[in-house]
Design a protein around this ligand. Structure first.
Ligand SMILES: Cc1cc2nc3c(=O)[nH]c(=O)nc-3n(C[C@H](O)[C@H](O)[C@H](O)COP(=O)(O)O)c2cc1C
Length: 209
């Protein structure tokens, strides 16, 4: 197996983190850099990250997460946000690809028009896309953490309104996931069994799975 496949099979959703082991800000930056290598629609990159490392902030976030202790025990808990207005930054993003010789200017202009049409006219579509992008970044971050000898634990068990209030998150952003990341403590279980491939795969047509 390649390193990547081993990393995929080796990742667990951890419940227990070693609270005595911290991550440096450079290590946290490196994880986020790796997360941002994920793909996104038009390369809009709707993901944003709040790295919660401060003890008091972690405690407040734990309370907003129905007391889930891993939020405080992990070296860092990321609040992964999706930008609901990500498409409004697309022109500047595509200018970088134009400058790098990766994208013709006329195509970039068409993409900006398309993105504005798709996401500017439908708040639901813009929200779906923000969640999709942020989720891809979250998965990439989990794999990067595993490859670096860390564990992670994706979480949707939190009150988004409370999280927004505690961290001053504006209406432009949706909290998509919490992601504690750090060194493991004893007591984590191994990976949970998955549905069989036959139960989730169909070739060439849909079916009642
Ligand atoms: C979007 C999402 C939300 C989750 N929310 C929570 C949570 O709030 N608390 C928790 O303990 N686990 C949570 N989990 C972890 C899942 O229970 C776990 O990923 C699943 O059981 C598979 O475990 P494994 O990755 O170790 O095989 C969440 C996972 C995902 C992907």
């Amino acid at each position: 197996m390649t390193d990547t496949i081993s990393t995929i099979h080796g990742r667990i959703s951890a419940q227990h983190f070693d609270s005595s082991k911290q991550l440096s800000t450079d290590e946290i930056r490196a994880l986020v850099k790796e997360a941002t290598e994920a793909p996104s629609s038009f390369n809009i990159q709707h993901w944003r990250f709040i790295a919660v490392t401060d003890t008091a902030k972690k405690q407040a976030l734990t309370a907003a997460s129905y007391g889930q202790a891993k939020v405080s025990e992990a070296a860092v808990t990321f609040i992964i946000l999706g930008d609901l207005e990500g498409h409004t930054k697309l022109k500047g993003i595509l200018d970088q690809s134009i400058d790098a010789g990766l994208l013709p200017r006329e195509i970039a202009e068409q993409w900006v028009q398309m993105a504005n049409g798709m996401y500017g006219s439908s708040a639901a579509f813009a929200r779906d896309e923000a969640i999709r992008s942020a989720s891809l970044a979250a998965m990439t971050l989990m794999l990067a953490a595993k490859a670096r000898g860390l564990v992670s634990g994706p979480m949707i068990g939190f009150d988004p309104a409370q999280v927004k209030e505690i961290f001053g998150i504006s209406e432009q952003y949706i909290p998509v996931m919490l992601l504690p990341v750090g060194y493991p403590a004893a007591g984590n279980t191994s990976r949970k069994p998955r549905l069989q491939v036959e139960e989730v795969l169909s070739f060439n047509e849909s079916r009642q799975f």
